[in-house]
Design a protein around this ligand. Structure first.
Ligand code: PCA
Length: 216
């Protein structure tokens, strides 16, 4: 059996839950195509520690695919991230009180890394299955982008094998129920979407050429 690593984050910014962990923990232990087993791990919403604990999980299970998930409050769809940039610029402190401003994640590392997942295929199949999704061209400058960059750097440096990428997900309905006037997506739909994204990533080796760009 080959392993797939799914990660979600602990709650941050005053939230009591993080949909990324709520969703990936539902998929823990699931077997895909009879051959791949999902291992779900929660990571701290802390600069540095998130990458260290990712590295520990990868060393433990040697995944053939690592898919990291994070909350993007205010989003109405699954955002399949295309690019990770070498920058920490935190608008709020992380869960350990760190607030790096304009710092590189890896000094002298490349400015950016591309996701190695078939991002457009993932978005197409999600939409075919009735799940709102789009390609995103910024994972922000907070802990999610930090982890995504750290993941892609580890792959580039051959510290771990396989493909890697990142998907941002909306709030859960219970996070916005009290007067927040923000979009949300049900846990069931998010879980289905992450499962589909994982399956497409395992099966599809070349991405498809369809429109997925943005004007702004
Ligand atoms: N979202 C944050 C960090 C943890 C999470 O779930 C982000 O988008 O950076």
């Amino acid at each position: 059996m080959k392993n797939i690593l799914l990660t979600g984050f602990e709650p941050f910014g005053g939230e009591t839950m993080n949909p990324s962990w709520e969703a990936v923990k539902c998929l823990d232990g699931e077997i895909l195509f009879g051959d791949y087993q999902i291992q779900s791990v929660q990571l701290p919403t802390v600069f540095g520690d998130a990458i260290h604990q990712l590295a520990q999980a990868q060393a433990r299970i040697s995944p053939v695919l690592t898919l990291c998930i994070g909350q993007a409050g205010g989003s109405s769809e699954l955002r399949v991230e295309r690019i990770a940039i070498n920058l920490d610029d935190a608008r709020i402190p992380d869960n350990a009180g760190n607030q790096p401003i304009d710092q590189p994640i890896v000094p002298d590392g490349p400015t950016a890394y591309w996701s190695t997942l078939p991002i457009k295929s993932i978005v197409e199949v999600l939409k075919e299955n009735g799940i709102p999704a789009s390609v995103s061209h910024s994972a922000g400058t907070y802990v999610c982008n930090h982890l995504f960059y750290g993941l892609m750097h580890r792959i580039a440096e051959s510290k771990v094998e396989g493909k890697g990428g990142f998907i941002h997900i909306p709030f859960l309905p219970e996070q916005v129920a009290s007067n927040r006037n923000q979009p949300s997506m049900s846990l069931e739909t998010i879980v289905r979407g992450i499962r589909i994204a994982t399956e497409v990533s395992l099966r599809q080796h070349e991405d498809i050429r369809v429109v997925g760009g943005a004007l702004d």
